[in-house]
Design a binder for this molecule. Structure first.
Ligand code: ACO
Length: 311
């Protein structure tokens, strides 16, 4: 009977039907979506930290207002995503605890530091640019709540990308020092951004199944290539140099060829040894502990309301 259900489920996916929370689904589908959506949620929340670092030091009031709004958006994205993950049956507390105990992953990219203001430009331009490339196809993912959350998230990411590019443009047209700061940020963020798309296709353990289930619509390498093709002309427009001596336009394929990615660095960051892994987890744990009174107050209030209703 299970085989019959699984076949029916796959037929619905093949017909581009949306799967909703109360529909039957294979346990492995539920598991991989819970994994991916919760990792995505953790990334949004941890992703507030590198940029939050510059809120008090943004160079103008206008820059500060935009950065504050952006960091708040990331928090909102984390909350929609936890809500989407909860529709699959795991509680938010459970998921957050897995992140705080270091058992659940979040994006490798947020383990890099933001020493200069240009990093805020580079994150918006490159990190959010890479995030959009990966997330636009997720708007058509087979799981309804995830796909719908992605629509709003992508609209906001596109504002984030533009504010980042505009910071880079201002710096690139500024003094020699400002231009050097922009180039230095690009030098540090370029390769880690390429790693955001995940391991090369032949090493991506979840890709085949996730593609069959239409959670993934493009492979890790395909999205990485799309990102490079879109970003190289933007770097040229800024007058900045991409730190890859092997980057070359390939007339025959119509794509940019690029150099070898240091997958050992990626492995190190995933196993907790990136430049900021420890700081990021420590900051999240501290925030979680300091927020305990808010959760307790909300629970007490809800109990009181409940008691009044049943009295
Ligand atoms: N950082 C951390 N872990 C990663 C990364 C990365 N950049 N890329 C891949 N991984 C992990 C996978 O989560 C998986 O780990 P797990 O088995 O312990 O869960 C493992 O490496 C193997 O990778 P894949 O088999 O390729 O995994 P998957 O099919 O899930 O593809 C991808 C990875 C593309 C990141 C996918 O999960 C995805 O699209 N996620 C949603 C987008 C997202 O999370 N974005 C976060 C950054 S954007 C932002 O927050 C602004």
């Amino acid at each position: 009977e299970d085989a019959e259900r699984a076949a029916h489920f796959q037929a619905r996916i093949d017909a581009d039907d949306r799967i909703e929370p109360n529909d039957w689904m294979p346990a492995a589908y539920r598991k991989t979506l819970t994994r991916q959506i919760s990792q995505h949620a953790h990334s949004e929340i941890v992703g507030m930290l590198p940029e939050g670092n510059w809120i008090t030091r943004a160079p103008t009031l206008r820059r500060k207002a935009a950065l504050l709004a952006k960091v708040q958006d990331e928090c909102g994205h984390g909350l929609y995503l936890y809500a989407a993950a909860e529709t699959l049956g795991s509680s938010r507390e459970e998921l957050v605890d897995l992140m705080l105990s270091g058992k659940a992953k979040y994006s490798s990219i947020f383990n890099y530091p933001t020493p200069t203001w240009a990093d805020i430009g580079a994150i918006g331009w490159l990190v959010d640019g890479a995030a959009i490339m990966n997330q636009i196809p997720l708007c058509r993912c087979s799981y309804g709540p995830y796909a719908r959350a992605m629509i709003r998230v992508c609209k906001e990411e596109s504002f984030h990308q533009r504010q980042g590019y505009e910071i880079m443009l201002t710096l690139a047209r500024g003094t020699e020092e400002q231009k050097a700061m922009a180039q230095n940020a690009l030098d540090r963020w370029w390769w880690p951004c390429l790693m955001m798309f995940g391991p090369p296709d032949q090493l991506s353990q979840h890709s085949d199944q996730s593609t069959q289930w239409k959670i993934k619509r493009f492979s890790n390498d395909d999205l990485r290539q799309k990102f490079i093709d879109a970003t190289v002309p933007q770097a040229h427009y800024l007058g900045l140099t991409i730190p890859d001596a092997d980057l070359k336009w390939n007339e025959a394929s119509g794509h940019w060829d690029y150099g070898a990615i240091d997958w050992n660095e990626f492995k190190q960051v995933l196993s907790g040894n990136g430049p900021c892994n420890r700081d990021r987890i420590a900051a999240r744990r501290k925030a979680h502990e300091e927020g305990a009174w808010v959760r307790e107050a909300a629970a007490a209030y809800s109990e009181k309301q409940q008691a009044r209703r049943t009295a």
